[in-house]
Design a protein around this ligand. Structure first.
Ligand code: SAM
Length: 251
């Protein structure tokens, strides 16, 4: 077992069965799985889907799984963070019990891809940050980024006893439905994501102080200057980003 690869294997098959059910897998679906591990989820997905693409980083696991998986599984030995998803057969769903070390970067990577639905298991703390709304202590750059790209719902809490070796904390199954269009319009997405990151880096500071420090702006006629980012809905961060982008690009 390699701890740095988040290898906490699911031992409760009923959880895997429910996961496949939540994802409503049919024979038209091509499903991506990151980290098949011992294949508990992979085999169930393969029973229902047209094709499963399973990416596993650990060579030993790949050797163990090779020749033991159904024919409609394509097993790829690679780092899911480094692999170009566009080089894979086009997939429409993602179902994975994710290694907790890569939760954040792999989620942002998924959100760049054009899938329809994902069912993902995360550690509970991370899942709470994913779905948090403004005003909540868990509200973060991640919550805003996910909200912009997907509708997100907690499906169930999965006790830590369902995994071996047992992790320190419980997990959650999450459903993400990719939005066809964002819930609000931003002039420049790159600028919006950058601003969101900068504001959350100083989440306890007032917006006016952050803008003064980072953008050298001392304007008094901008909205939300006396708020902190944790008080702003994603739409309001979008509004601020649009105004700032206009000011900065015209200067
Ligand atoms: N799906 C299996 C299960 O439910 O029992 C295993 C889940 S385990 C939490 C995470 C799996 O992801 C491990 O098999 C681990 O080796 C693999 N993994 C870790 N980092 C990875 C990465 N960057 N790319 C692909 N697989 C990775």
């Amino acid at each position: 077992m390699k701890r740095n690869l988040g290898q906490n294997f699911l031992i409760d098959k009923n959880v895997a069965i429910r996961e496949v059910g939540y994802a409503n897998i049919t024979e038209d679906d091509v499903v991506l799985e990151v980290g098949p591990g011992k294949g508990i989820l992979t085999r169930l997905l393969a029973d229902n889907a047209k094709e499963v693409i399973a990416i596993e980083i650990d060579e030993k696991i790949v050797w163990n799984l090779m020749d033991k998986l159904p024919k409609n599984v394509t097993l790829i030995h690679n780092d899911a963070l480094k692999l170009d998803f566009d080089s894979l057969p086009k997939f429409n769903k993602i179902v994975s019990n994710l290694p907790f070390q890569i939760s954040s970067p792999i989620t942002f990577k998924f959100l760049e891809y054009n899938f329809s639905l994902a069912v993902l298991i995360y550690q509970k703390e991370f899942a709470d940050r994913l779905i948090a709304s403004f005003g909540n202590k868990d509200y973060s750059r991640l919550s805003v980024g996910v909200y912009y790209r997907a509708k997100c719902e907690i499906l169930e809490t999965i006790p830590k006893t369902c995994f071996r070796p047992q992790p320190k904390v419980d997990s959650c199954a999450i459903k993400l439905i990719k939005r066809k269009t964002p819930p609000f319009v931003v002039r420049n997405e790159h600028f919006f994501f950058d601003l969101t990151k900068n504001l959350f880096n100083y989440r306890r500071k007032k917006i006016k102080n952050i803008l003064k420090e980072l953008y050298k702006l001392q304007k008094k006629d901008l909205p939300y200057l006396d708020n902190r980012v944790e008080e702003l809905a994603p739409e309001q961060i979008g509004e601020l980003s649009n105004i700032l982008y206009k000011i900065i690009s015209y200067n």
